[in-house]
Each structure stands twice: as structure tokens, then as C-alpha cells.
Design a protein around this ligand. Structure first.
Ligand SMILES: [Zn+2]
Length: 357
């Protein structure tokens, strides 16, 4: 008898029409061998990719998605199916020897998967986590294996844009390109990305793009309900600010208050003019405590998003400026995953926000 651990992934929420379409394509045996799920962060792209994996491997072969009960379905759900390979950004391996780095990536990835098995309400990987060359080599290694249980293997590479941004050279992306050019016949590969423009055009041209939309607020609400967040005005606010992203609703539940306080302080400095914001920027530790820096940016994004929501719809000029400011913050947040100097970045950001707010 197979043994199943108690925890499994949360059920897929929303995206019903898309799931119907995907199930029909899978039932017709026409699911693309290499695809890219594109959509805003936290709307469930990787969860959806795992649902596709479940549908592809389900023993019941139903026309409308996975049965959820067969052993293949249950193994996918509790992240123990040996033919489903989920690649999540991880800290860069430190071993000097490249082949040891692959082993290190293997065990780091195993740890992340084990943690998600224990707590399926996981948050996004840290900003500095990436798909380094070692991760892609590991992927190549796994792609070359014969499937252990099923007739095919499914590879899910989440946050695919993190292949390029973190690399000084595009080696990881080029290694991935090789896999995408000639995937073994028994392998289905799904990438997910919220910033597809950060992927190499050569990669984008190899994949079939699948659009994943934001979720309706009711679905985000239902999710928070399901994980035991009690109904309250704070929960409603969380749903509103999540903008159809379960991931965002999850991350706004923890430690965001300190970040929002820091964000308010920063916005006050922006209003105060160059003298004030230079001090605020200098107060940011240069390289240490990068977590504080990214938390500040996340706090700023939350503040600006609520201004967008609260701005009178008829005041288009104001709305457009808030959106532009939000976009600037998001870009800085994106760059913050790389080798960005926080002091410099905040000084530049303050200048830009000053013109917009
Ligand atoms: Zn099944």
C-alpha cells in the first residue's frame, strides 16, 4: 500500500474556463510539449501547471480534468510523484565544483519541496533565489531519465524569468534553450512567468504561451477563508489590495505592517524634497539587510495600490500618475533581485516619485 502524507497542495481555485479548455486539449492529446503560463504574480500559475500535470498523469483519463482520487493524482498533490519535476528558484549553490553544485541544487530543491508539502500556503521565494546553471543542469539530468511510474514526465519551471536576471551571463537560459529545442518525446515542460519580457526571445519563440488571468475577489476571499483567516475589515482590505492574486493576499498577511510604516516614512521624505529623501536613502543600509529594502518596496507598492483603488475614477490624470508611480516601484522591486545598490536606487526612486505624487 502506498503511504500518503497528510498535507497536500491547496485545491486549484478559479480559472474554470481555462481549465476546461486545457482539459479538452489534453483529452484530445494535443497539449503542447513546451508551454509558458503567463500572468500576474500569485494568481496560481504553478498550481495550475501542477493541475495540468495531474490531468496528464491521471489514471482515470477523464475528459474534464484529473479525478483527484487515483494514486497518480494523489501523488502529484502531495508532491511525491517521481515523474513530476517542479523547479522553484533556490539560493545559488556554493560548491566550487560544477557537478557538486548540481547535487547541491538537488538537495536545496528537495528542501523547498519538503517545506511546501508541510505548509502549502507558501509565499514567493526570496528575491535573490534563482534558477542558476546548476538548477538547469539538474533539470537536464531529470529530463533524460526514463519515467518511473507513468508513461511521461512533467517538468514545471516556476518563475522562469529568474533564469536570466540573476546570471552574469545567459548560460542558464542557453542550457534551458537546448532542452526546449529537443525535449524527449515522453516529456512535457511548462514554464511560468509574470515578466515574460525578461525571458530570452529565443526561449519565448519556442513555447506555446497560455494566458492566466487575475482571480475575482470572491475567489481570493474564499481562499483566505479556507486557510482560516477570520472575516474582518482587515481581511476585506487584504482581498482588495491583493488585486486578484492569492500569492499577494498571502504575503500581505505577514510583516507587511512594519514595511508599510517604513513606506510611509519614505513617502513623507519624498514630499519633503531632495534634502529629506537623500537622508532617507542614506539611512538604508547599503548591502546588508536587503530584506528590509525589498520589504520597503513592497510596502510602497501596497500604499500606491491603495491610492490607485481610492483615486476618484473621473480624475484620470491622478489615476495615471499613481499607476506610473506604482510601475516605478515595481520596476525597482524587480531590479532589487539583482545587484542593485539600495541607497542609489532609493534616491532615484524618490526623484521619480516626487514628479508623480
Ligand atoms: Zn486521477
Amino acid at each position: 500500500m502506498a503511504k500518503f502524507v497528510a498535507m497536500a497542495l491547496h485545491e486549484v481555485r478559479g480559472h474554470e474556463k481555462l481549465r476546461d479548455r486545457l482539459a479538452a486539449v489534453i483529452a484530445a492529446n494535443r497539449f503542447p510539449q513546451v508551454s509558458l503560463l503567463i500572468g500576474p504574480p500569485g494568481v496560481g500559475k504553478q498550481r495550475l501547471a501542477l493541475w495540468v500535470a495531474q490531468t496528464l498523469l491521471c489514471e482515470a483519463r477523464a475528459a474534464r480534468g484529473p479525478c483527484g482520487r487515483c494514486s497518480a493524482c494523489r501523488r502529484v498533490l502531495d508532491l511525491s510523484h517521481p515523474d513530476v519535476h517542479w523547479f522553484i528558484p533556490i539560493p545559488r549553490p556554493k560548491a566550487p565544483d560544477p557537478s557538486k553544485q548540481i547535487d547541491e541544487a538537488d538537495s536545496l530543491l528537495g528542501e523547498v519541496i519538503a517545506a511546501r508539502r508541510l505548509d502549502p500556503s507558501y509565499e514567493r521565494p526570496e528575491g535573490t533565489a534563482s534558477h542558476s546553471l546548476a538548477s538547469i543542469r539538474l533539470l537536464q539530468r531529470r529530463v533524460s531519465l526514463t519515467p518511473a511510474l507513468a508513461s511521461k514526465k512533467v517538468v514545471v519551471l516556476g518563475d522562469a524569468e529568474r533564469m536570466v536576471v540573476q546570471e552574469a551571463s545567459p548560460e542558464a537560459a542557453n542550457a534551458m534553450l537546448k532542452v526546449l529545442e529537443e525535449p524527449p518525446a515522453d516529456t512535457v515542460i511548462m514554464l511560468t512567468a509574470s515578466e515574460p519580457q525578461a525571458l530570452l526571445p529565443t526561449i519565448r519563440s519556442r513555447v506555446v504561451s497560455i494566458r492566466v488571468n487575475r482571480l475575482p475577489d470572491e475567489i481570493v476571499q474564499e481562499f483566505l477563508e479556507a486557510i482560516g483567516v477570520p472575516a474582518s475589515p482587515a481581511r476585506e482590505r487584504r482581498v482588495l489590495l491583493a488585486e486578484g492574486s492569492i500569492g499577494r493576499a498571502l504575503s500581505s498577511g505577514s510583516g507587511i505592517d512594519a514595511a508599510e510604516v517604513a513606506a510611509d516614512r519614505f513617502l513623507a521624505a519624498v514630499r519633503g524634497g531632495p534634502g529629506k529623501w537623500a537622508l532617507a536613502a542614506l539611512a538604508q543600509p547599503p548591502w546588508a539587510a536587503r530584506g528590509d529594502f525589498t520589504a520597503l518596496l513592497d510596502g510602497l507598492a501596497v500604499r500606491l495600490r491603495s491610492r490607485v483603488v481610492e483615486a476618484p475614477q473621473q480624475n484620470r490624470v491622478k489615476l495615471r500618475r499613481y499607476l506610473a508611480a506604482l510601475r516605478r516601484v515595481e520596476l525597482t522591486r524587480w531590479d532589487a533581485q539583482g545587484n542593485l545598490n539600495p541607497q542609489l536606487a532609493l534616491a532615484v526612486l524618490a526623484q521619480e516619485l516626487r514628479d508623480l505624487l
